[in-house]
Design a protein around this ligand. Structure first.
Ligand code: PLP
Length: 466
C-alpha cells in the first residue's frame, strides 16, 4: 500500500505521491501532507552517514514516493538532478567558528537553494507524465529566485510548458536575466505591468478559474505549496547533520525564512528521527513568523522591500502545515483558523504556542544589521555572504544557547545574485558570478510584457502552449 497524502483542511480526497505531485494545492484550499511520516531508527541513521548526496537523497525520498516510483528509477532521477551542481559535495558544509557552520546550498544552476527542489521536480514531472502520456502547464509567479529555478528545472521537460509571471521592472537584473536568457520553445517569461501581488493573484485566479487551456492540459503549481519541493529539501538537513557529528549529537539549524518551506523541511527531518535541538526562524523586517512565535498572534502586515527580497513576504503559506501538527492533525480546527485568518489575524492556543516554542526560536534582522553582518563575517571568516544568508548567521548567534551543540546556518543564495546589497556592506569585495553565468549580461533576452488582466494572460497562455 503506497503512502497516502491528506489535506490540512480535511475536505479533499487523499492522494498518492503522483497525485500530489500533479495537484499542488488541495481542492479544499489546504496543503497536502503525508498521512504517516516515514521514520528512521538510530541504526538506519548510522548506516546513512557517509553516503553520497545522491545516495542519501534516494534513501530519504524513497518512502515518500513508494507505489509511484520504484527505487532504481528514483535513484536515476536523483543522480541526474544533482549532476549539474558545481561542487562535488553538492551541499558542502563549511566551518565558521568552533560551533558555527555554513551549509552551502547555492552550487546549483541558478545559485539559490531552490535548485535542490526544482531540479528534481522537473525530472519527477517528466517521468510521471511520459508514463501517463500527458502534458501539463506550469504556471508560477516569482519575485526572483523561484522563476529561474523552475525554468532551469523544467527546460528539458518534453511534457511541460512553463509560464513564469514576474512584475515588470521589479526583479533584479541578474534575476531577470537568469529567466529571460534561457532558450526553449516550452519556456515563456511574462513581465506583468503590476507588482508581485498582482502576479500571484493572476496565478491563483487561474488555478480556480474555468479551464482555459487546450483540451487535456492541466495546471501544475511550482511554488513551495507543492509537496515534492518540501520533500527534496528534507535531504540536506540529514546531510549537514552527519557532516557535523550527527546523529550522535543533536544539531541546530538557522534558516533564512520567507514562505516557511525550507525550515519546515528541517522540522520534518527532525520528526523523521534526526536529532535536532533548535530551529531558528531568521526573518528580515517582514517578521510575521517572528511575531507569531513571540506573541502567539499570526497576522499579516503590508510587505516592505528589504535587502533580502526573497524573504519579503506577508503570509508564510507553509506555516499551515506546521499548524496542522501543533493542533494534532485537527483538520476542522485548521480549516476554521484559515477562514479566520483570511479575515484578520489568529491567536494560537497556549498549548500550540508552547509546542512551537519548544522546537523553534526566532530573530528579526534589519537591513542595517544585515550589512553589518556581511562585513563582520567577511572580516572574521573570509566568507562573503549574500544578504539572506547573513540574516541567518546573525540570527544563529542571537538564538544560540550554550551546550546545545553545533549550529548550521543555511546559505540560501550565492552573493553574486545580490551584488547591490553586498556592495552596501562595504567589504571592498565584489562577488563574481560563476563561470557558467559569466556572460549573462551579453545573452539575448526573451520575454513578453502583458497587462495585469486575467483574460489577456489566459488567452496568451492558451495560444502559446505547444
Ligand atoms: C526562497 C528563498 C528564501 C526563503 O525560503 P522559504 O522556503 O520561502 O522560507 C530564503 N533565501 C533565498 C535566497 C530564497 O531564494
Amino acid at each position: 500500500m503506497s503512502l497516502q497524502y491528506l489535506s490540512t483542511r480535511g475536505q479533499a480526497p487523499t492522494l498518492d505521491f503522483e497525485g500530489v505531485l500533479l495537484a499542488g494545492l488541495a481542492k479544499d484550499g489546504g496543503l497536502y501532507l503525508p498521512q504517516a511520516l516515514p521514520h528512521f531508527s538510530a541504526a538506519e541513521l548510522h548506516a546513512m552517514r557517509g553516503m553520497s548526496y545522491a545516495e542519501l537523497a534516494t534513501t530519504v525520498i524513497a518512502p515518500f514516493v513508494e507505489g509511484s516510483i520504484d527505487r532504481d528509477t528514483l535513484e536515476g532521477l536523483v543522480t541526474d538532478a544533482y549532476r549539474g551542481f558545481r561542487h562535488q559535495a553538492i551541499a558542502p558544509v563549511i566551518q565558521l567558528d568552533h560551533d558555527q557552520w555554513l551549509l552551502e546550498l547555492f552550487h546549483g544552476p541558478t545559485l539559490a537553494f531552490k535548485d535542490f527542489a526544482l531540479q528534481l521536480l522537473g525530472r519527477l514531472l517528466d517521468h510521471v507524465l511520459s508514463r501517463r502520456g500527458e502534458k501539463v502547464v506550469i504556471m508560477g509567479a516569482t519575485s526572483g529566485d523561484t522563476g529561474s529555478a523552475a525554468i532551469e528545472g523544467c527546460r528539458h521537460c518534453e511534457h511541460v510548458d512553463i509560464f513564469i509571471l514576474y512584475p515588470d521592472g521589479r526583479v533584479s537584473e541578474v534575476q531577470r536575466r537568469q529567466m529571460t536568457t534561457v532558450a526553449g520553445a516550452n519556456i515563456h517569461n511574462v513581465a506583468i505591468r503590476g507588482n508581485f501581488d498582482d502576479c500571484q493573484a493572476l496565478v491563483k485566479a487561474s488555478f480556480v478559474a474555468e479551464p482555459f487551456l487546450p483540451e487535456g492540459r492541466s495546471l501544475v503549481a511550482v511554488n513551495s505549496i507543492n509537496w515534492a519541493r518540501i520533500m527534496a529539501q528534507i535531504v540536506y538537513y540529514f546531510y549537514a547533520a552527519f557532516a557535523v557529528g550527527g546523529p550522535d549529537r543533536p544539531v541546530n539549524f538557522s534558516v533564512p525564512t520567507g514562505n516557511f518551506g525550507d525550515i519546515y523541511a528541517g522540522y520534518l527531518a527532525h520528526r523523521m528521527g534526526l536529532p535536532v535541538n533548535n530551529l531558528v526562524i531568521a526573518t528580515n523586517r517582514n517578521d510575521v513568523l517572528h511575531r507569531m512565535l513571540t506573541t502567539g498572534t499570526y497576522g499579516r502586515q503590508p510587505i516592505e522591500a528589504s535587502l533580502s527580497p526573497s524573504m519579503d513576504i506577508s503570509i508564510s503559506s507553509n506555516f499551515e502545515r506546521l499548524l496542522f501538527d501543533l493542533y494534532d492533525g485537527d483538520a476542522a480546527q485548521i480549516n476554521q483558523m484559515m477562514v479566520d485568518f483570511a479575515l484578520g489575524e489568529i491567536c494560537l492556543s497556549d498549548a500550540a504556542l508552547s509546542r512551537a516554542q519548544k522546537r523553534f526560536t526566532s530573530a528579526r534582522v534589519s537591513d542595517e544589521e544585515t550589512c553589518d553582518e556581511i562585513r563582520l563575517m567577511w572580516e572574521r571568516t573570509g566568507q562573503l555572504l549574500d544578504p539572506h544568508t547573513a540574516i541567518g548567521t546573525r540570527a544563529a548567534r542571537l538564538c544560540a544557547r550554550d551546550g546545545e551543540g553545533p549550529m548550521v546556518t543555511l546559505a540560501t543564495a550565492h552573493p553574486a545574485k545580490f551584488p547591490a546589497a553586498v556592495a552596501r556592506a562595504e567589504t571592498g569585495q565584489e562577488p563574481v558570478l560563476p563561470d557558467h553565468l559569466a556572460d549573462l549580461f551579453e545573452r539575448e533576452e526573451r520575454f513578453d510584457t502583458l497587462d495585469n488582466d486575467l483574460a489577456t494572460v489566459q488567452a496568451y497562455m492558451a495560444n502559446m502552449c505547444l
